[in-house]
Design a protein around this ligand. Structure first.
Ligand SMILES: C[S@@+](CC[C@H](N)C(=O)[O-])C[C@H]1O[C@@H](n2cnc3c(N)ncnc32)[C@H](O)[C@@H]1O
Length: 229
């Protein structure tokens, strides 16, 4: 059975934030202010460098939202397919570049042919899955990549630094209250070695947990993860 808390959350948020700035639409905010341009450009350059893109590559941007990441990727490769649960966010993504295709779908059930993509990115979205759903997704991601293809999963909440985030009594009380009510704050927090074992078990030939550079706005509680098929 799938948990629809997060898909409902994002479909609602996308509608209610339609007039907000693009970073607020995907909740890339700090103290309710959108990320600064310079920090975002640095983050984007880092994502592009991790993907090691070529002009002939076909790339999947899973949970790509309004295309803030996809638009930069599309400048460095042949075609980007952006999947998201929110049709409103995807509409904005489709307008960013001509070589962006959009597909409204749930990352837990979407299907692609075997060995279809050269690169896959999933940025700031793994937290919306349970561990069982993540296991299923990684099997699919491995299948959808071509041999030698690269998977970059970014901005993953780090369970070892969860209490850096819930760092006051009030925040911890809110965390437990929301957990009990089935409205988890942030979502799933991941153990980096759990992810490494998963990637290796589904067949990736190499996998690496990457601490985020210090100028990433969430580097104090998140990490990135890169695998090669
Ligand atoms: C924090 S935003 C990140 C968007 C984009 N990757 C970026 O970094 O700009 C998370 C995105 O995940 C999408 N999402 C959440 N759960 C999803 C699901 N089960 N299937 C597809 N998209 C989902 C949301 O609609 C939202 O666009």
């Amino acid at each position: 059975m799938t948990n629809d808390y997060w898909t409902t959350f994002w479909q609602t948020h996308a509608r209610t934030s339609a007039m907000a700035d693009p970073q607020t639409q995907v909740l890339r905010t700090l103290k309710q202010k959108p990320i600064q341009e310079a920090e975002w450009h640095s983050t984007l350059s880092y994502i592009i460098s991790q993907l090691d893109l070529s002009p002939e590559h076909d790339t999947l941007d899973l949970c790509g939202g309004n295309g803030l990441v996809a638009s930069e990727i599309a400048a460095h490769c042949h075609q980007v397919t952006v999947v998201d649960i929110s049709p409103e966010l995807l509409q904005a993504a489709s307008k960013r570049r001509n070589n962006i295709d959009i597909l409204t779908a749930d990352m837990r059930t979407v299907e692609f042919p075997t060995a279809h993509f050269d690169r896959i990115v999933c940025y700031a979205a793994l937290q919306y899955l349970t561990l069982a759903e993540t296991t299923n997704l990684f099997e699919n991601l491995h299948r959808w990549l071509k041999p030698g293809g690269v998977l970059f999963v970014g901005d993953i909440p780090d369970v070892d630094r969860q209490w850096n985030f819930f760092n006051t009594t009030e925040r911890r009380q809110a965390y437990f209250k929301n957990l009990k009510a089935g409205r988890p704050i942030v979502g799933t927090w991941f153990d980096s070695s759990w992810l490494s074992h998963l990637a290796s078990s589904v067949g990736f030939s190499s996998q690496e947990c990457l601490p985020q550079p210090d100028d990433h706005i969430y580097s104090w509680f998140r990490f990135d993860f890169r695998c090669v098929k």
